[in-house]
Design a protein around this ligand. Sequence first.
Ligand SMILES: O=C(O)CNC(=O)[C@H](CS)NC(=O)CCC(=O)C(=O)O
Length: 277
Amino acid sequence: MRSGLIQLRSSDDPAENLDSVVGRLREAAGQGADLILTPEVTNCVSASRTRQTEVLRHEHDDPTLAGLRDEASALGRWVLIGSLALKTDDADGRFANRSFLIAPDGSVAARYDKIHMFDVAVSETETYRESAGYRPGDRAVTADSPFGRLGLTICYDVRFPALYRTLAQAGAGILTVPSAFSPVTGAAHWEPLLRARAIECGAFVLAPAQCGTHAASRGKQRQTHGHSLAVSPWGEVLADGGTEPGLTLVDLDLSAVDDARGKVPSLTHDRPFSGPD
Ligand SMILES: O=C(O)CNC(=O)[C@H](CS)NC(=O)CCC(=O)C(=O)O
């Protein structure tokens, strides 16, 4: 099967972002992609609560979700919307950071809310507090497709290997990690983390990414690492999307999952242990 990783430099204007994603989806379908993936916060990259409150919508009337469902069915392809920032009915006004798997008939096959929140001080001048704006999820999600079982995750989740082990042991052979990684942590950690998850799970890792310099908010320009990555179950980097927006096509030989797990069956070797005291 052929996968297509869409790399975006999303702005804080959802209509503009929808236009560019639809263009890339058509390009990917034209090149024969069966499963097409977009990055985290495909609809809007913004650190301004005011701007988000103005432009974001609830899932039931979100134009990006509606538009991408229509496009998936028009093209007859599977589409993993890495995530959409969406309004919720929570009293504290926090948003959801939600990933969607769309089937070729346009239906929502699965939805996943990012569990782990990026509350991190990368340096004195670069800090993130995702939990201030977003409500974390609390459920691991898999979904069945013609390409086997998918395990859905988002970005900072990649640092929590227990989630991936759970998904792999639940039968996922493709793990999705749509992201908007920070440039500093991206340079140091992005590739090794993704390769480690692929190796320990014996699973393909597909990680479409945001890249470049995004719209300024609160006087600060947000930058993201790019380098959309596809990794084989043996841990090899199959493709790297570089630093510019674009489309990366990757052919996946799905038998590589059983091959890798046959050679190193570590997923079946968990042992109970006690301590430390
Ligand atoms: O901000 C939004 O609108 C959506 N959320 C994100 O982009 C999140 C929180 S800032 N980014 C990450 O999780 C990057 C993780 C990362 O860079 C690392 O683990 O090192």
